[in-house]
Design a protein around this ligand. Sequence first.
Ligand code: KIV
Length: 271
Amino acid sequence: MSTEGKGRVMTTHKLLEMKRSGEKIAMLTAYDYTSAKIVNEAGIDIILVGDSAANVMAGHETTLPITIEQMIYHAQSVMRAVKNPLVVVDMPFGTYQGNSKAALSNAIRIMKESEADAVKMEGGMEIIESVERILSAGIPVMGHLGLTPQSIHKFGTYAVRARENEEAEKLVQDAIALENAGCFALVLEKIPASLGERVAKTLQIPVIGIGAGKHVDGQVLVMHDMLGLTNQFSPRFLRRYANLYDSYLDAFKQYVSDVKGNDFPNENEQY
Ligand code: KIV
């Protein structure tokens, strides 16, 4: 599935070329206009409007409660900001599992109302009928295997997935099935690096890792985590590029102190 020629700089076809030429793919989440604008300027290849918005934007413990309306709202905000990257929107929990017709109409709704470029779905063979039906409407689909947070109540833990041979083999078969169905890329979350490497070598489509080691075709992080805004969350795979929690806190404290001390506004900050 190619998105070439539709005006955006990054396309699914270019992502495929990047894999072939060995150029790594950089992907980040974004959920709002202001930060998406900065991410766009930074030269990111893919923006994921992730259902991690349920956690980092809305404060839920899991990704399950976020609704399709909320995902569309986040995606619309991001779309107003970006020109270059491919924008992928997570299909929220309950919008594609078990009913492929409902899955298609939900995917169409996301594409129509947000004007994003693609959707992402968690799971392998269990959801293949929904994946195929959505692809048949010309909607590019990114797969997501390994730790799939929408299944947290089945897993019972956010620990590394597919350490055991049986689960690893199922993951490889699921990855092949998603590629054969026509997915343009695959996210692998929190699995052994050796398995990430094996899947990336097996598939023709780009494999983007989050805690899947360095031998995959690209990396994705949740923006709030890499910026150090979520200072309680420290998985091994997370590299922090800033410590914004402390920067925000210092700024807010200074503001409170300036207002209370009648230091803000000063003569030059009034009309
Ligand atoms: O929702 C999300 O942010 C994701 C990433 C962790 C890949 O799915």
